[in-house]
Design a binder for this molecule. Structure first.
Ligand code: BF8
Ligand code: SF4
Length: 634
């Protein structure tokens, strides 16, 4: 295995401690099923499972052909991803409602101005008490989850309000023409289960259009809504500096890892760790060190400047250090193997959400109305575990890299306003037009064990920035890029093409740093919504559709169903999106052609394929060149 980003000594330690890791388990699955890989296996009904073998069995038992099977599978995957994100948004919506009703008094509303802006956009009063404004905004959001087709259309509108206030007019018109404007996230996700079950929709194009609609649900009722609500409650991120990689664990401290996706609890753990430091000192530790894993970690980084321990493939490795006293998880991307790994050490695993349980883990139900209480209980578990550490069996890799983060649309705009106070987007857009910034590419998503440690994220990012392309991104890509030192001003001088370097230096200097990093950390996976808003603002500024911009997306190591729904959101926006490993659609020639070619004529975005960083960079750069040519730019 080529595992440059992995610490060899830590891998050896895992072997010595007899801890099976994700890498070992992957090996035991090889070779992986080729029917599953091509997307041609169907187990939707119990006459099956059926699989398609070219020139042998061209149809499933019910007569479903390969195009129908592939289309149904993809739609179900996307709906599952969107369900993750819309549920996340609903957790935040519930928090806003409880805060507004004075029932979650451990929280407050930090970004009152943002709340007021949304009230205005929704046509509600933006003066009066903050809690009343919050109630009015929350009520409007609730309507998106209540609307039923054919019932309250006149009083409630016919499609998602949050889409109406957050999407560009041009896109809304396009989606209306395609008849894919969603009316209710929950109802439509539920309808997907109906639509794709045995004996329902058999039209691959109709299934694809529904898949694009699910992309919009993911975007507006999942990603953007989650981020907007999190910004209202916890504050909108500003540019901040921190450290990344497993080296942020500290053997002299009680170490707590917060892992998952929701900032509601983890934010409180950080707050109470500060207040309970003295208790740790009484045990002989220097204090309590709370570090983040995956997207929960990123939420803390973006708003509180917390250090981040790593991405999805590092969750088990962190425990193998022997220095983690407690790992507390909320939802999504949490390996069920964690308890198995924790058992080999003194580490306590705490689950906090009733529908995310792991046998033998400690369950401390997170109750938003008693958030402080839950956080204190979690810290007590860590304090209790700390004295049971096997001090002689601790190894923490030294590696840690500094990074800049906190690049919300607002903080990017603030940084640019130092160059043009009246029109902050102008310096960015002017440099895109004159070619100093050849294009913008959003690299997002997970770290996939299938790549066997190959650093696709890092290599692709480096090639693009050396070609004067500004890279923005989120999620596990951001962990990888930070660990590779790509999120610092130094990276601009070391890796950026000369034209991009000049621009980033100018923006940096205006903001008292040597240069803006060439890879901008825009947040967690729900913060992919920030990227959509940024692209929408640039398109509106130029008065052209998003699909005409010299931009692209890439998910070079995607893992989760969520990455598929995010990819579909980008495709619906009209953004060409590179995906690797190759998605399970290749069994259908028709569907592969639709996604990679014909979709461009439908939304303006299509799927780009590149199985190596070089190939991926080539297809992305040639796509950007094509867009520049159409805009008559050099
Ligand atoms: O939402 S990038 S592995 S951690 S799914 Fe998961 Fe993928 Fe990481 Fe956050 Ni996103
Ligand atoms: Fe087979 Fe059709 Fe049932 Fe799928 S739905 S398992 S193709 S019979």
């Amino acid at each position: 295995m080529n595992q440059k980003w992995l610490d060899k000594r830590l891998l050896q330690k895992a072997e010595k401690d007899k801890v099976p890791l994700v890498f070992n388990k992957f090996q035991s699955q090889e070779p992986q099923c080729k029917f599953g890989t091509a997307g041609v296996c169907c187990s939707i009904c119990f006459q099956g499972p059926c699989r398609i073998i070219p020139n042998k069995t061209e149809k499933g038992i019910c007569g479903a052909n390969v195009d129908q099977i592939v289309a149904r599978n993809l739609l179900r995957t996307a709906a599952a991803g969107a369900a993750n994100h819309t549920n996340h948004a609903k957790e935040m919506l519930q928090a806003l409602i409880e805060i507004a009703n004075s029932k979650a008094n451990d929280y407050e509303i930090k970004d009152i101005q943002k709340l007021k802006n949304f009230a205005k956009l929704l046509g509600k009063k933006s003066n009066g008490s903050t809690k009343n404004i919050a109630k009015a905004v929350a009520n409007e959001i609730v309507k998106d989850f209540r609307r039923q087709r054919g019932f309250f259309e006149n009083s409630e509108g016919t499609y998602l309000k949050w889409l109406k206030i957050r999407a560009t007019e041009e896109r809304i018109k396009k989606w209306d023409e395609l008849n894919i404007l969603p009316f209710n996230p929950d109802a439509e996700i539920s309808q997907v289960l109906h639509q794709t079950s045995m004996g329902n929709d058999a039209d691959p194009m109709n299934l694809l259009l529904t898949t694009l609609k699910i992309g919009l649900i993911d975007g507006y009722s999942g990603l953007i809504l989650s981020t907007d609500l999190q910004d209202i409650i916890f504050g909108t991120p500003t540019i901040t500096k921190a450290e990344s990689n497993l080296g942020v664990l500290d053997k002299d401290y009680v170490n707590i890892i917060v892992h998952g996706h929701l900032p509601l609890l983890s934010q409180k753990v950080v707050e109470w760790a500060d207040k309970m430091n003295k208790k740790a000192q009484d045990l002989g530790a220097k204090g309590i060190n709370v570090v983040g894993m995956c997207c929960t970690g990123i939420e803390l980084l973006m708003r509180q400047g917390a250090n981040i321990a790593g991405h999805v493939l590092q969750q088990e490795m962190a425990i193998v250090t022997g220095a983690v006293d407690t790992i507390v998880v909320d939802q999504q991307c949490i390996y069920p193997s964690l308890q198995e790994v924790c058992k080999c050490y003194h580490t306590k695993l705490i689950t906090t959400i009733d529908f995310v349980r792991i046998p033998d883990a400690i369950h401390i139900k997170f109750d938003i109305k008693k958030a402080n209480n839950s956080a204190q209980k979690i810290i007590e578990v860590a304090l209790d575990a700390y004295p049971r550490r096997k001090k002689r069996n601790i190894y923490i890799p030294k590696e840690k890299s500094p990074l800049y983060a906190g690049f919300s649309v607002e903080s990017i705009s603030e940084a640019l306003s130092k160059l043009d106070n009246k029109k902050p987007l102008k310096p960015l857009v002017d440099n895109i037009i004159n070619g100093n910034i050849f294009g913008i590419v959003a690299i997002v998503g997970c770290r996939n064990v299938k790549l066997k440690g190959f650093p696709f994220h890092e290599k692709l990012t480096k090639i693009l920035i050396s070609n004067n392309i500004l890279v923005v991104g989120t999620g596990c890509w951001a962990h990888a890029a930070a660990q590779a030192g790509l999120m610092t001003p130094e990276a601009t001088f070391q890796y950026a093409g000369s034209k991009l370097k000049t621009v980033l230096e100018a923006i940096g200097k205006a903001n008292n740093i040597p240069a803006l990093p060439p890879a901008l950390h825009m947040g967690s996976c729900v913060d992919n919504g920030r990227i959509a808003i940024l692209l929408g603002s640039i398109a509106d500024y130029l008065k052209i559709p998003i699909s005409s911009l010299p931009v692209a997306g890439s998910a070079p190591e995607y893992v989760h169903e969520k990455a598929v729904s995010i990819g579909l959101f980008f495709l619906s926006l009209g953004v060409a999106t590179h995906i690797n490993p190759i998605p399970p659609v290749t069994g259908s020639k028709y569907f592969t052609k639709v996604l990679t070619k014909e979709l461009e004529g439908i939304t303006g975005g299509n799927v780009l394929i590149g199985e190596t960083p070089k190939e991926a960079a080539e297809v992305i750069i040639s796509h950007i060149k094509k867009k520049r040519k159409l805009l008559k730019l050099k």
